[in-house]
Design a binder for this molecule. Structure first.
Ligand code: UD1
Length: 419
């Protein structure tokens, strides 16, 4: 079993390069199934979630090449299978994007319920509602969602909750559906916009992505092309947290500062100096003491829920009481029990975490419990004097490209060993 050993307590310094966005890649790769031609997708992160989604589209008959570790070529001209293997689908949440993509190509599709991190109940009712609003018949049992898309056509969808996945799935389903689709109360995350930009560059007619209302005119077909995925907002935010938690000074390159605004604002409120450049952010936390703050996670443009775990670790290094309210998921604090092994003092009451910060962290053996929780344990180990170890790296490998090399390049004493 692989583990990461971190001899922490050293301020991080230097420059780190951010990879392409995981959550955009795992939506855009299924979207390429709508194109009966070659799509060259660049800036794809080299992570296991990408490998999993590629494995799934290959099992459906798509041809995939990887000319280098960050470029994927998908040719779905000969897509021939409309049923997704439950074992493959259980590896990740984003397997649900194969529903929207397959009903654009076939009159029937059978896709299993998705896997992914456990944050309590993760319903997909809004995805299924959108397919029904677009003329599909949908029957879900314990394993599969069975969709008859022979009546697929444009329609109106009002989402009862703001959902990234449901917004993207509805865009996928509507892209080739005859007529006009109007989606209301949409998610506005950067990867929703990236997906729409990808599809538009292949010939789709999608307007309004990044706002509450998205309008789609169905087109007869899409053409191939080349597209570059946006940088990963969450990976960038994780390195920002690591820089600040170690009281370091790190330049985070290849980012879109606009996507980082909610995060930068909270760091500045804590007293971290943030310098913004065209495609970089400098995070400097070594010139004054940091302050305790309150944070609430919200859909974009709010503070992202996926940065809640690293933010809690950062706040545990700051003197005083901080409060973090989880506004997206009903149960996203299970990992806190692991952090308590390091002496971090956190009281959880429903969706509110109260952190008594400032006590020195103790090195510990930590087990990553999900992707972002695993990242938060790395941040905690970097901030803690002494050697900590982190196991269950398969979670971290799902979403962080070359994390050990990137941390080493900014001065971390970290290694990955096979136990
Ligand atoms: C995506 C991200 C995940 C992130 C989340 C919120 C991917 C692959 N994953 O997950 O990392 O934490 O956005 O930013 O992009 N909901 C319903 N019914 C539905 C769908 C969602 O009630 O049909 C609720 C959920 O329970 C949750 C909220 O809506 O409370 C947001 O979920 P959603 O935006 O759909 O998250 P995902 O797309 O699954």
């Amino acid at each position: 079993m692989d583990k990461i050993l971190i001899n922490g307590g050293k301020p991080l310094a230097g420059e780190v390069h951010i990879s392409g966005a995981k959550n955009a890649a795992v939506a855009i790769i299924p979207a390429a199934l709508l194109v009966e031609d070659r799509c060259v997708i660049e800036n794809v992160p080299d992570i296991s979630d990408v490998d999993s989604i590629l494995q799934m589209i290959v099992s459906l008959g798509a041809e995939v090449e990887k000319p280098d570790c960050n470029t994927v070529v998908v040719d779905a001209t000969n897509l021939s299978v409309n049923v997704v293997d439950p074992e493959l689908a259980s590896k990740m949440r984003a397997s649900y994007y194969l529903m929207g993509a397959l009903i654009g190509r076939f009159t029937k599709a059978k896709v299993p319920h998705p896997g992914g991190c456990n944050f309590g109940v993760r319903p997909i009712d809004q995805h299924l509602k959108s397919f029904r609003c677009l003329g599909c018949e949908v029957v879900a049992d314990d394993i599969f969602v069975d969709i008859d898309a022979s009546g697929l056509q444009g329609g109106n969808v009002y989402f009862d909750v703001v959902s990234v996945g449901a917004t993207i799935n509805a865009i996928l389903a509507a892209t080739l559906a005859p007529g006009k689709t109007v989606l209301e109360n949409c998610a506005k995350e950067p990867h929703v916009v990236d997906l729409a930009n990808f599809l538009n560059s292949m010939g789709a007619n999608i307007r309004g992505a990044g706002t509450d209302v998205i309008k789609i005119i169905g087109v007869g077909s899409l053409r191939g092309g080349t597209y570059t995925i946006i940088p990963d907002q969450i990976e960038a935010g994780t390195y920002m947290a690591a820089a600040a938690a170690t009281r370091g000074d790190v330049v985070i390159n290849n980012i879109i500062p606009k996507h980082m605004e909610a995060i930068s604002a909270k760091f500045e409120e804590m007293g971290v100096t943030i310098e913004e450049y065209d495609e970089a952010i400098r995070v400097k936390a070594n010139d004054r003491p940091l302050k305790n703050i309150k944070v609430k996670t919200l859909p974009y443009p709010g503070f992202p829920t996926d940065l809640q775990p690293p933010m809690i670790v950062l706040l545990s290094t700051v003197e005083g009481t901080s409060v973090v309210t989880e506004g997206v998921w009903e149960s996203r604090f299970q990992y806190v029990a692991e952090l308590e092994k390091m002496g971090i003092k956190i009281d959880i009451n429903g969706t509110v975490a109260t952190i008594e910060g400032g006590a020195p962290l103790k090195p510990a053996e930590l087990c990553a419990t999900d992707l972002r929780a695993g990242a938060s344990m790395i941040v905690a180990a970097l901030a803690c004097n002494g050697v900590s170890e982190i196991t269950q790296l398969r979670y971290i490998d799902r979403g962080y490209e070359h994390i050990v090399d990137k941390l080493r390049a900014i001065g971390a004493d970290v290694k990955r060993v096979d136990d």
